[in-house]
Structures are given as C-alpha cells and as structure tokens.
Design a binder for this molecule. Sequence first.
Ligand SMILES: *Cc1c(COP(=O)(O)O)cnc(C)c1O
Length: 406
Amino acid sequence: MTSLTTPSVTQEFIAREDQWGAHNYRPLDLVIESAQGAWVTDVNGKRYLDCLSAYSAVNHGHAHPRILQTMIEQASRVTLTSRAFRNDQLGPFCEELATACGMEMVLPMNTGAEAVETAIKAARRWGYRTKGIPDGHATIIAFNGNFHGRTTTIVGFSSEPSYREGFGPFAPGFVLAPFGDIEAVRALMHRNVCAVLVEPIQCEAGVLIPPPGFLRALADLCREHEVLLIADEIQTGLGRTGAMFACDHEDVKPDMLVLGKALSGGFYPVSAVVSRRNVLDVFGPGSHGSTFGGNPLGCAVARTALRVLQDEHLAERSAALGAWFLQQVQALSHQDIVDVRGRGLLVGIELRGSARPWCEALMARGMLCKETHDHVIRLSPPLVVSKDDLIWAVQQLREVFTTAAA
Ligand SMILES: *Cc1c(COP(=O)(O)O)cnc(C)c1O
C-alpha cells in the first residue's frame, strides 16, 4: 500500500505539521504510519527498530494482540460513563492494580502529570490532617533534574530553565535537593515536610541512576520524619528496569506509587496513584476528579496490559536482555562516549557533545532513539524486543560509532 509513495510524502506531512501544529517538540524527521511489536514503518514503507518505545509507554510492544482485542471489544461495549455512574471495569482494575503493587487503593487518572498532581494533593491533605502541618505550609522535597510532567505546578519546581521560562508565577511549597544526596535531603527535613517526590532513576535528566542504597536511605529517612515517600515510576515502572518497579531493586516500598505510560500498554492514556488506604482516604466526594479518569475503556485496556506484563514475564525479560545489552553497549569505544549506564532495558549513552547527530545517523540505519538532556542517547526498546533485534541494534551502534568521525 505504501510502496508507491516517495520520500517527498514525508516532506509533505512535515510541512503540514509544522504549519498547523504548535512547535513544542523537535521530532526526528520520519513520519510513522504503522507499527507492530518492536518495529515501526514510515509512510515510505521503511522499517525502523523502535528504541524509544514512546518514552517507555510501549513496553508491551506496538499493537500487542491481546490488548488490541480488549480495546476493540470494550470500545464496542462502552467507552465512557464518567464517575457520575459506576462501570464494570473500574472496580476490577483497582483491585488488580493494587494487588500487583502490594497496595490497598487506586485513584485512576489519565496522563502522568495528572497522577503526579493527584499525589501532590493527597500528600498535602495528608500532611494537614494526619501530621498536623499548619494550613498552607505543607512542603514537598523534590530533586534537581526532576521530570514529573508539564503542568504549571509541576514545572514550577523543575530545575530546567526551558521547562519554566515564561510560565510563572509558580506554586510555592517545593524545595529541591541534589539527586542522590541523602545528607542534603536530611538537611531539608522539617516538621512541615509532608512528602519526598522522587524518580528512582531520572530518565529525562539523562538516565541518572542514584548511588546504591540511596532509595533505601530515603525510605528510612522519610519514615523517621513521618514523611510520605512518593515514587514517580511513570517511566521506570512496569518492568522497564528489569523489576516490576525500580524501587524493588532496593526493596523499597514507597507510600505512594505514581504510574502512567505503560499502564495501558501504549493504547490509551491511563495513569494512577496507588497507595495505602490511610493516604488515599483523604479524598472524599468533590475533592478531586477527572471526566475520563477511571473510564471503562482505559480500565479494560490497562487490566489486559497488566496481565500481559505478568503472563509474558516482561520484567524478567527486561532484566535478562538488558544485562546483555548494557554489556554490549558498554563495550563500544569512541572518544565522544563519556559513560554508558543502565538498568534492565533502559540504557543511556552519555556523550561529550550533542546526541542529536548520533540519533540522526542511527535513524538513517533504521534504528530510532532520541537524545535526552541534549547529550545522552536513551535506549529503551519495547520489552518484547527479540535478542536478534538487539544484536542488530548493537551492530548499528558499533558501525555508527566506528565509521563516524569525531
Ligand atoms: C512522562 C513522565 C511524566 C509525565 O507523564 P505525561 O503522561 O506526559 O503527563 C511524569 N513523570 C515521569 C517520570 C515521566 O517519565
């Protein structure tokens, strides 16, 4: 069907998008038409190995057949009821997700940023009602380099100028510590602190992995000071790092887990805060909500996505394939490679200069990845990727890093 199209078709789509769409992204110049598993196809019929997975939203691979089937069946039954009425997917979804997380309660939303906002609201109200923080004084400790979404509250405590510039005034109530520095967090502890909000691995900041023991120490510190630990596992959760959650690597159980992205297998925006009853019970009728949050289509799709994650042992796959892949990528040698780090199928190649030209060179060879924080290439293929595909990816990396002049 696409065999008669030419590269000028690509230019045509790009021109229309650039004219009619706001320019809040800088995508690579390919136009995807379809996708299956770990591979995508552009409008010219060229195939690419997806090594980004929509920022880990497509952990299950594109168009997973079981999730697709659920999507079609549920869409033909009922898609949206609003929470004004109940639906037959919400209860089972909450039970299955809470059980998978070893938690007691779920509050469903749609996008990741909404779930983070929900966690912030829950933590503040918990702080006032349970900890007795004076009204209006609840403080949340977050970290330099954080990425928790794009709402005005969230970008207000970002340390990244491009996320913030021109969007103030910002909400107060947030302080930042250097990521991975437990003593700095300890110094910020105060009776008005209600929560610490942390990404177990900072993906957007360039796949930054904190020192061993940091998450454990953070959990202990929070307990000692009666502070909630909120783990934003929107990108690291659901198998990406070779465990169900990145916190599992240090046996840390946060008070609130924030999930999104792969929660629906990439089919539909589904996010959630998963926590204990005594935290999520701060919400009563009228205190929070979302028209689409908890809708039957999203819940049904997420239920199947969770089951696929377990049935196909995607976390274990990520651990096994990721360990091999990291070793292969670490064996690359080029004067511009500063560091290679990763956990599971989440690998970052830190470069001396901009990562963009390397991503473009890889794209030309049929391998899709994207620079993050300018000088890091993030490699995060779908967790269903085959060993042969990864062998091929390593070959592309090897050729790009040996043929290209510095
Ligand atoms: C993507 C992401 C978010 C925001 O999710 P959206 O669905 O884009 O709003 C929040 N936190 C982390 C760690 C993320 O990776």
